[in-house]
Write a protein that binds this ligand. Structure first.
Ligand code: GLC
Ligand code: MG
Length: 724
């Protein structure tokens, strides 16, 4: 296995290659770090040709311009690709859902521009998992997924916290997330989890879980940053500047601790986490506050994120931080408890672990639940023994590293006595410290992770020799990203009606299939399109635009274009329109199958007089709509953003085919919009009178012959099947 192109997706939060703003907001934390390090490490493997980490482009004053750069190079083979969706403003992850289909469209465009199809698509978290799933379906690439955390577990926890179902939904849009996760699990070729507990107790809550292929591969840590405390020579570090940064970090952190502590030379207990209720910082402070002996032998340093003014924090964080201050006062921990307001992650955090280790201290993670526990491994690698919650990730870590004690974190005495056990026993301290340094390196390096990752990749349905594959393998998206031209035609009275000419046209399409895509655009609903395809033996179209442009499908598997659906749904009040029109005498509803979610269809009498009245009624009621009148009697009401013409333009944008490379043919009013403009329009000889007004327009050719013979004439006129 060689030459892999891997696309990683991690959409939310603030992602950049240097000075990651960890903890700046709730979406910029462990996952961001994980994907950046994974991207870099994969890019170092020789089996890998290219790694792109896709995230969201953010262009907003209060954020660094780094987040608005479309491409950031991380190394020779690795890049961050930023794609905009839902505008330029920062959007928290729970509110990204309505914009993800736009994201997908723009990624497709990017892929087409680069002319490079990924071999593996790897989504991180439900949002990017959704994007990955859609792209993998379109491109026929295997899908890998890493949840990082899961909606069902989160919901359950919030319910336990006493939140009501409606509140949870309103704030977190959790049902959409859970639904997406189910679908992702149902389709992913591989799920990469960090711990066994994640698989057994978290993914297990999902219905699609039993049929899913899980692989536990713990993440690595950046060992060049988390080197052991005794390594005074900084073995891995050559640059002088780097050493200076580390020394400076040490100086600042020391000063910071001295601000709080009366006896800063004592061993200190270090805790490091966001001020989230689940992290149970207050439990730790109570444990320390209630134990005089523990206070006598050690200090406690709690780094709970970055804060300027607690009153400006969101409610959850504000509560935790306030409680923390109250506990400090209650147990009178002045001079013993340090609660610094800031720290950076680049140099100060790694240095903090080493400082704690040099003081013969302990790292503690008192979280109620810990999915993974990255900080525990960082502490281990630095040579700092740990005390951690008896849950999930920590269980695996202590099993692998033999460097500390698991405790029931709801029990204050248990926390205190585990800490004391290590602090008092120098032999035990040393054993834990050495084990951590050694085993963190063998179990939790990104090199180890990538080796296992690429081993797993071998079992994926990779399609590296894509060129040699037949087009119809569910990889219609891949095909579309390669096509230079599109031919899109109406069906009734345009494509069909003259069998002999139709067969000639179909042969022409077949002969040019590697360059020219074939699509139909029709008023028929999708089922009746399928009937025509079968009845006339049409080679399966790449694209079907059905129900007068309100639905788009791809390939023989009829993959729906969800981006289009989302796009046209804007301000569509179907029942509002129906109520007004159903009462009109000159309209009679078409049969049931003609009525679609985004299409209301009638037969109209005396259109010349009555169309204006319909406009009047709908406009007066402030309804948004698009009216399509055709064939002398058909009337379709569509969302204002929908029509066959708009659908064709959307395809031009999405698949990045220039308008002047799209040939469109039609015969009646519902074809009018798609014939206009820069596209190459062909009106067949047997057209309906409503198209007469197009005569004389640029780029519209009125053929003399009828039906498919007229289309063939148009092909000739534009030399459409020529090689350029
Ligand atoms: C097709 C559809 C019909 C629509 C007409 C014109 O005949 O079945 O519902 O009104 O096209 O667009
Ligand atoms: Mg027609």
């Amino acid at each position: 296995m060689q030459n892999l192109y891997i696309q990683l997706f991690s959409i939310h939060g603030l992602v950049r290659g240097t000075n990651v703003e960890m903890g700046r907001n709730a979406d910029t934390g462990g996952q961001v770090k994980y994907v950046l390090e994974l991207a870099r490490a994969l890019g170092e493997r020789e089996e890998v040709r290219k790694v792109d980490l896709f995230t969201r482009l953010i262009r907003e004053k209060t954020f660094s311009t780094a987040y608005s750069r479309p491409i950031e190079k991380l190394s020779n083979k690795t890049r961050i690709i930023r794609i905009q969706c839902g505008g330029g403003k920062y959007i928290r992850k729970e509110l990204l859902w309505p914009h993800l289909d736009e994201y997908i469209d723009r990624v497709l465009k990017f892929i087409k521009d680069e002319n490079d199809i990924p071999d593996i698509i790897h989504g991180h978290y439900a949002d990017a998992g959704y994007v990955g799933k859609e792209l993998a379906t379109l491109l026929g690439a295997p899908l890998v997924f890493t949840g990082h955390s899961l909606g069902r577990i989160k919901k359950q926890r919030l319910l336990e916290d006493g939140l009501k179902e409606e509140e949870i939904e309103k704030q977190y849009h959790i049902e959409q997330r859970i639904h997406a996760e189910e679908e992702i699990l149902g389709m992913a070729d591989k799920i990469i989890a960090s711990t066994h507990q994640e698989v057994e107790e978290q993914y297990a809550f999902y219905e699609s879980s039993p049929s899913t292929d899980f692989q536990v591969i713990p993440p690595g840590i950046d060992l060049s940053r988390f080197f052991p405390f005794f390594d005074e020579t900084f073995t891995d570090i050559e640059a002088v500047e780097e050493r200076d940064n580390i020394k400076q970090a040490q100086f600042y952190m020391q000063k910071e601790l001295e601000r709080f502590l009366s006896n800063p030379e004592k061993p200190f207990i270090l805790a490091l986490s966001r001020p989230d209720r689940n992290k149970n910082i207050t439990g730790l402070i109570s444990a320390y506050g209630m134990d005089k002996e523990l206070q006598a032998i050690s200090n406690l340093a709690v780094f709970a994120g970055i804060r300027k003014d607690i009153t400006n924090k969101d409610e959850n964080e504000r509560q935790v931080l306030t409680e923390l201050l109250l506990l400090m006062d209650k147990y009178d921990l002045y001079g013993k408890l340090a609660i610094p307001k800031r720290h950076d992650f680049e140099y100060e955090v790694p240095e903090l672990y080493r400082m704690a280790a040099r003081s013969q201290g302990v790292f503690v993670n008192p979280s109620f639940n810990e999915n993974f526990g990255l900080t525990l491994i960082e502490a281990a690698a630095s040579g700092l023994p740990i005390v951690a919650t008896d849950d999930g990730g920590p269980q695996d870590i202590i099993h692998n590293c033999q460097n500390g004690i698991l405790v029931d974190v709801t029990n204050h005495e248990a926390i205190a006595s585990a800490l004391k056990k290590i602090l008092i026993n120098a032999e035990l301290w040393k054993e834990y410290s050495q084990n951590g340094v050694q085993y963190a390196r063998s179990h939790y390096s990104w090199q180890t992770h990538c080796r296992q990752y690429l081993d797993q990749a071998q079992n994926l349905p990779l399609q590296i020799q894509a060129e040699e594959q037949p087009p119809d393998r569910g990889t219609v998206g891949k095909r579309l990203t390669k096509l230079k031209k599109l031919f899109i035609t109406d069906i009734d009275d345009t494509l069909i009606g003259n069998d002999e000419a139709l067969n000639e046209l179909l042969r022409l399409i077949e002969d040019n299939r590697d360059r020219i895509g074939f699509g139909v655009a029709t008023g028929r609903d999708i089922d009746s399109v399928i009937e025509v395809i079968e009845a006339y033996n049409l080679s399966h179209p790449d694209i079907i635009i059905s129900s007068v442009g309100t639905e788009i499908y791809y390939g023989p598997k009829l993959l729906p274009d969800k981006g289009w659906r989302t796009h046209i749904s804007a301000r569509w009040d179907r029942s509002g329109i129906k109520t007004i029109l159903d009462g009109l005498k000159f309209l009679s509803p078409q049969e049931e199958r003609a009525q679609r979610k985004y299409k209301l269809s009638y037969y109209i009498e005396n259109p010349e007089e009555n169309l204006a009245h319909i406009h009047y009624l709908l406009t007066r009621n402030r309804l948004r709509y698009n009216i399509i009148y055709s064939g002398g009697r058909f009337l379709d009401i569509l969302p204002y953003k929908a029509s066959k013409g708009k659908a064709v333009r959307y395809l031009h944008y999405k698949w990045n085919v220039p308008l002047s490379n799209i040939l469109v043919s039609g015969d009646s009013g519902n074809d009018e919009e798609m014939l206009r403009g820069e596209l190459l329009g062909v009106v067949v000889g047997n057209y309906s009178p409503e198209l007469d007004q197009l005569r004389g327009q640029r780029h519209i050719y009125f053929a003399k012959k009828t039906h498919a013979a007229g289309i063939l004439e148009g092909f000739k006129q534009y030399a459409f099947d020529s090689e350029n």
